[in-house]
Design a protein around this ligand. Sequence first.
Ligand code: SAM
Length: 311
Amino acid sequence: MWVSWRAATHRALYGDGGFYLKERPSAHFRTSVHASPLFAEAVARLLARVDADLGHPERLDFVDMGAGDGRLAAGVLAAFGGERLRVVAVDLAPRPGGLPPGVEWASEPPGEITGLVVANEWLDNVPVDVVEQTPDGPCLVEVDPETGSERLGPPLTDPADLAWLAAWWPLPRVGSRAEIGRPRDEAWNSLLARLSRGMCVAVDYSHVLADRPDQGTLTGYRDGHAVPPVPDGTCDITAHVALDACARGEGLLTTQREALRALGLTGARPPLALASSDPRGYLRALARASAEAELIDPQGLGGFGWLEQVR
Ligand SMILES: C[S@@+](CC[C@H](N)C(=O)[O-])C[C@H]1O[C@@H](n2cnc3c(N)ncnc32)[C@H](O)[C@@H]1O
């Protein structure tokens, strides 16, 4: 059975017995949320800035979109707290055990949001079609969900997809591939539409128009390792996000490194003198510096795209 990558990925991740309905992402790969609680602390600082910009509204929302096990939501609740704060973790998977009762769990984001929304590694799991350039124009790449084998399918005819490719991922030569990010743009925009006032942040593996990868980035993850992307429900299927297409020239598109540095994470080591005056304090500060350094490492998590859009 041959199907488009978008349909195959959707079924593999979110269909009956789909990967994300039965597995927690943290068992298979490490996101910033799991790398260190400092990520949630930094997000709580961003929430405090948004709160101040909004003039401390009666109800302040924090929405963790594509929450996985909800650890970011729980971390922000613990760091920010207060009566005014409503924390909602949104995921298609059922509520995990052990989350504090102060975190609401929902399968859709609230209809009206005033505050901060963070979508950490959500958009890369919104399924996309893969196309390959041929002498006759781009053709859909089809996949056998059981084996991951591929074949060239019909020519791409959807005008909206063709327009997206022309604008955001032109295919330079026969054999070049693209992942059509239109479903991500739509997902992002439908999230933004729910924001009355505040900020939406998307953090993800990403690329921009000037450096799209010639063969795309479709990858599988299982048990902490990259594996061939076979859409059979046994692994994560992910592709980097064209965040510039989501943003459409609006908002701020930067890296996690720059964004977290602006929130006070520098990775700076404590002064050596502290080692003799307060050895335990020195070790604590050193551990913190190394956790910060991992989150802002330009070759790792710090290289992630960070898109902020404000209303
Ligand atoms: C890569 S995980 C990221 C988890 C978490 N944000 C983290 O950083 O550890 C992506 C999550 O997005 C969820 N997801 C994907 N599409 C979704 C949708 N339309 N609505 C809600 N959650 C979704 C998946 O179920 C999965 O748990």
